[in-house]
Design a protein around this ligand. Structure first.
Ligand SMILES: CCCCCC/C=C/CC(=O)SCCNC(=O)CCNC(=O)[C@H](O)C(C)(C)COP(=O)(O)OP(=O)(O)OC[C@H]1O[C@@H](n2cnc3c(N)ncnc32)[C@H](O)[C@@H]1OP(=O)(O)O
Length: 289
């Protein structure tokens, strides 16, 4: 119910956003931060994250992304979505640190609700989600990938993926942790989460964080062929199976959603946590100079 109501609000906002055109038979609708190439005849859409410089998951990005996803979900012709980055090199730098630093509690609450919504919508999507990870993908970027049914990563040792929250002095919430544990197993997750480890493609493959590693120039063709394989499975049996596997974990967040927001707000508002974020942001800046 809550998801449906949120969806209506998003759609109303969505009708005021976006630009449409037809390219090579595929409809393209682009908001500022998300580009969608929607091939209705094939039933597949490619969603490209386009929030420069590093595809951080800002509140504006999350809103636009959720609107685009909702449009696809509401059109029964679409059965599959490929998620990728418009900027090869960075899939997503994760949650936008500026949304969590130096803001007020109402802003933190609004932001966290949007982050929860992103996870719930992707994790519970009836569509087939294939993630074409064409760049680095820490923390929230990794979480987005973890919601997908199949993950393909570009074979470039410069790219890493994982949940590095611990290194920032923050803590991955229980539903990030649960999604990760269900993907890699308890012991690996316990170890990787405490150390905030980021893994290059070959290691991510060994641990099961990604399903395949392919040469960088083949990520998209591989995503298309994997999608074709998944599309051959009848929707009703695939969807019921997905729901059976995922519902309990999603319900666990849904029933604690407000408490999780309050927890986030009080955690992120602490002076010590703000100080850690400040230090991390400074480190990012210094890396440049
Ligand atoms: C109870 C609940 C507790 C809270 C739980 C919260 C959970 C949080 C999960 C998260 O997702 S936290 C975010 C974690 N992300 C990272 O650690 C990634 C940080 N970024 C990088 O490592 C690099 O930027 C990159 C992604 C490897 C890309 O490197 P590149 O050299 O291409 O670009 P940079 O020069 O480093 O960055 C450009 C520009 O972007 C800013 N920036 C980078 N990442 C973020 C971000 N996540 N949010 C906001 N801004 C970001 C960076 O500071 C640069 O800014 P300027 O200096 O140009 O102003």
């Amino acid at each position: 119910m809550a998801l449906a109501a949120a969806g209506r609000v998003l759609l109303q906002a969505g009708s005021r956003l976006g630009r449409r055109e037809v390219v090579d038979g595929a409809r393209r609708f682009a908001n500022k931060r998300v580009e969608v190439e929607a091939d209705e005849a094939a039933g597949i859409a490619v969603m490209k994250l386009k929030n420069p410089p590093v595809n951080s998951l800002s509140l504006e990005f999350l809103t636009e992304f959720l609107i685009s996803l909702e449009k696809l979900e509401n059109n029964k012709n679409f059965r599959g979505v490929i998620l990728t980055s418009e900027r090869p090199g960075v899939f997503s730098a994760g949650l936008d640190l500026m949304e969590m630093y130096g803001r007020n509690p109402a802003h933190y609450a609004e932001y966290w609700r949007a982050v929860q919504e992103l996870w719930l919508r992707l994790y519970l999507s009836n569509m087939i989600l294939v993630c074409a990870i064409n760049g680095t993908s820490p923390a929230g970027g990794c979480l987005m990938a973890l919601t997908c049914d199949h993950r393909i990563m570009a074979d470039n040792p410069k790219y890493t993926i994982g949940l590095n929250e611990s290194q920032l002095g923050i803590v991955a919430p229980f539903w990030f942790k649960d999604n990760f544990v269900n993907t890699v197993g308890y012991r690996t997750a316990e170890h990787a989460l405490q150390l905030g480890l980021l893994f290059p493609p070959a290691e991510a493959l060994k641990l099961g964080i990604v399903d395949e590693v392919v040469p960088e120039d083949q990520v998209h063709s591989k995503a298309q062929s994997v999608m074709a394989q998944w599309m051959a499975i009848p929707d009703h049996s695939r969807q019921l199976t997905k729901n059976m596997m995922r519902k309990a974990m999603a319900d666990n967040l849904i029933k604690q959603r407000e408490a999780d927001i309050q927890n986030f707000v009080s955690f992120i508002s602490r002076d010590s946590i703000q100080k850690s974020l400040h230090t991390y942001l400074e480190k990012l800046k210094q890396k440049k100079g």
